[in-house]
Design a binder for this molecule. Structure first.
Ligand code: KIV
Ligand code: NA
Length: 265
């Protein structure tokens, strides 16, 4: 199998082939996604929410991210793996940003890092890229800044914010980012961004006029029971499926039906 690289991802945009991306946090799920043909696996700091149960993504540590990322990388043969730098490991200090990215690359063998923000974090982006580490940008709804914005509502609906986002996308491209995630912004603005930069734009809640799509695996598989935003398409209802299977197992144990004579030594 041919491994996905940043060059292949760029060629996909140039050829009009959409890029598929999903989050993964552990070996077993990453193995399935890789085998299915997913182009990019994102070890997202959404692990703070879906794996650890925190309300925001702020508490997760670099050590936590490295544990998840190393587990994912051990499973993959083809997919490109990108890892979120967590809150507090890259903002405001580009040397610390580079040190964080280097720890990810050395201790996990992942292929790139992702960081939230535009102009504010440009120094960090440039320093990481200058060390040979590919960087994926992330604009629009940036969950690490939730305390600044106060809500998870759609972003860049106002002209000034839309202009800043367009400008940030160009700055990230010029700094050398190989792709950018756009989260929860109007489809018309996402289209404008995808048309005004050469690099792949990957959307979540950003409409169809972008170069690829990303979803959180728990959302795509219906494990997150009550999370049903407009942008989400669910491909399974795993919460109910796993609950039903669990109840069947409980029933069989209580009824002394499991194990039977063939299920013992
Ligand atoms: O952490 C994450 O899951 C993400 C995606 C929503 C893009 O950053
Ligand atoms: Na993230």
């Amino acid at each position: 199998v041919k491994r996905i690289t940043t060059h292949i991802l760029q060629k996909m945009k140039d050829d009009g082939e959409k890029i598929s991306m999903i989050t993964a946090y552990d070996y077993s799920m990453a193995r399935i996604f890789d085998d299915a043909g997913m182009d990019i696996l994102l070890v997202g700091d959404s692990a703070a929410n879906v794996m650890a149960g925190y309300e925001t993504t702020l508490p997760i540590t670099l050590d936590n991210m490295i544990y998840h990322a190393a587990s994912v990388v051990r499973a993959i043969k083809r997919s490109f793996v990108t890892v979120d730098l967590p809150f507090g490991t890259y903002q405001g200090n580009s040397k610390e940003a580079l040190a964080s990215a280097i720890r990810i690359m050395k201790e996990t063998s992942a292929h790139s890092v992702k960081i939230e923000g535009g102009e504010e974090i440009l120094e960090s982006v440039k320093r990481i890229i200058s060390a040979g580490v590919p960087v994926m940008g992330h604009l629009g709804l940036t969950p690490q800044s939730i305390n600044k914005f106060g809500t998870y509502a759609v972003r860049a609906t106002e002209e000034s914010e839309a202009q800043k986002l367009l400008n940030d996308a160009r700055l990230l491209q010029d700094a050398g980012c190989f792709a950018i995630v756009l989260e929860k912004i109007p489809a018309s603005l996402a289209k404008q961004v995808a048309e005004s930069v050469r690099i792949p734009i990957i959307g979540i809640g950003a409409g169809k006029h972008v170069d690829g799509q990303v979803l959180v695996m728990h959302d795509m598989l219906g494990i997150n029971k009550d999370f049903k935003p407009r942008f989400l398409r669910r491909y399974l209802n795993l919460y109910e499926e796993i609950k039903k299977a669990s109840q069947a197992y409980i029933h069989d144990v209580k009824a002394k039906d499991f194990p039977n004579d063939n299920e013992q030594y």
